[in-house]
Design a binder for this molecule. Sequence first.
Ligand code: ZN
Length: 201
Amino acid sequence: MENRVVEVPEYEISQRVEVDPRRTALLIVDMQNDFVKEGGRLVVPGAKLTIPPLQHLLEQARRTGMTVAFTQDSHLPGDPEFALFGEHCLVGSWGWEVIEELAPQPGELVYHKRRYDGFYGTSLEHDLRVRGIDTLIIGGTVANICVLHTAGSAALRWFRVVLPRDAISALTEFDLESTLRQVHFLYRGTITGSGCIAVKG
Ligand code: ZN
């Protein structure tokens, strides 16, 4: 196939995003050993580099009293997804666990999801609504798979979506850029950096 080159359409990257911690949740998507750590089943290049930005976001969220939530890709033996990607994130395995650098603390929300969308088959929407959350800061992996589907699903439910680009990893640069462009253009999300989120006092 001939080598095709496409230009990424311009999208805005916000240098300062203000959030109200009482109405905001930080949602960390699928930062599990299988996707991040050497020896994992489906390692995403660059996922390791997102650990410090995610740690910064996590520290900020915990310090300011935001809701903190995690999704965890969770498959049972024989899951049909294994035909697409091979066996990964088998419930109870080392690869399934959230990486220790970002380990959830007691009381934080953890969603075991079967598919790409963190809202599908989980109580995520209910839990956010009862807490009065209207804004989601979403980071993690894989950009165009679980991050995009979860961000899109949130936006379809009229949550405001904020994506810190340095806290998201993809298999290719194209996948990352197309995700950010799609969230900005279609879902009217805010693209920013992990150091650009200001918390209202
Ligand atoms: Zn999976």
